[in-house]
Design a protein around this ligand. Structure first.
Ligand code: NAP
Length: 246
């Protein structure tokens, strides 16, 4: 995927991986707009305020982006929340609802908002964002993993729906990356720059990669195929001991 001559909107680009990816595209020569609830004050790239849980906000952001950038040709659905839950406490449903609203419905809303533009234009790409956890659960984040598995499945269907239109569909599958507090939760999280170096390298190898999976994410992505799933899930379940009363 070319990253040097694109007009890109990254929903969820106000911090972390999305902000890092925005800087990489910008540095390579692309025009970038990031979106998020905290969009104000980002100077090096354009920004719009958007809450992906609010349908009207998504459409308003879409209109703002396309008015300023009618040649938009890449949409990245990066908005996400990574919430821990205790499934022995029914109060966890609040985290479950927020996870579904942002990670799954938010992705669907952002894709829906821009699909007519991309189809009318006859070229462009959608890049969704899942997680290694969508393929090998991390039981401390149960609904998070479920939403990422859902976005993976949705991405595969979206690709089929858009086949032959000139609009490509790709999926970024990060492992644990040292952003959004993961650096405290997981000392083995990949430093953001190392992750982005590898992502940029993988993007440049293929015009429309179905999946962008850095080396650290490969064991999670393929555990079922590799016969390591049960062992990895058991190992990853040990983090449940950090919950109160366990
Ligand atoms: N870090 C990891 O270990 C890891 C691993 C696998 C996958 N991922 C995925 O990578 C993506 C980015 O994560 P990150 O680590 O960079 O976390 P982050 O720094 O917390 O970034 C999350 C982004 O999502 C946006 N967001 C959250 N709620 C939103 C809402 N309601 N409406 C619009 N935007 C919203 C945030 O912007 P505002 O706060 O400004 O709204 C922010 O820009 C997420 O989808 C995450 O699931 C991360």
């Amino acid at each position: 995927m070319d990253i040097s001559n694109r007009t890109v909107f990254i929903a969820g680009g106000t911090s972390g991986i999305g902000a890092g990816l925005a800087r990489r595209f910008h540095a390579a020569g692309s025009t970038v707009v990031v979106g998020g609830r905290r969009a104000a004050g980002l100077d090096d790239v354009g920004s719009v305020t958007v809450d992906v849980t609010d349908p009207a906000s998504v459409l308003a952001a879409r209109d703002e982006v396309l008015t300023a950038h009618p040649d938009l040709d890449l949409v990245v659905t990066m908005s996400g929340v990574m919430l821990t839950e205790d499934l022995r406490d029914p109060a966890h449903v609040a985290q479950a609802e927020q996870s579904v609203a942002v990670n799954l419905l938010g992705t669907i809303r952002v894709v829906d908002a821009f699909t007519p533009h991309l189809l009318a234009q006859g070229h462009g790409d959608v890049l969704t964002v899942t997680s290694g956890i969508g393929f090998t659960p991390f039981p401390l984040m149960p609904t998070y993993g479920a939403t990422k598995a859902a976005v993976h499945s949705y991405t595969e269907s979206l690709r089929a729906h858009l086949a032959g239109t000139g609009v490509g569909v790709s999926e970024l599958v990060p492992p644990a990356v040292a952003t959004a507090g993961q650096e405290q939760l997981n000392p083995n999280a990949l430093p953001l720059d190392a992750f982005l170096d590898e992502v940029v390298g993988l993007l440049s190898q293929d015009p429309t990669p179905h999946e962008v999976v850095v080396e650290r994410a490969l064991p999670l992505r393929w555990s079922e195929r590799d016969g390591t799933y049960d062992e990895m899930l058991a190992q990853r379940s040990q983090a449940l001991a950090s919950l109160p009363g366990r």
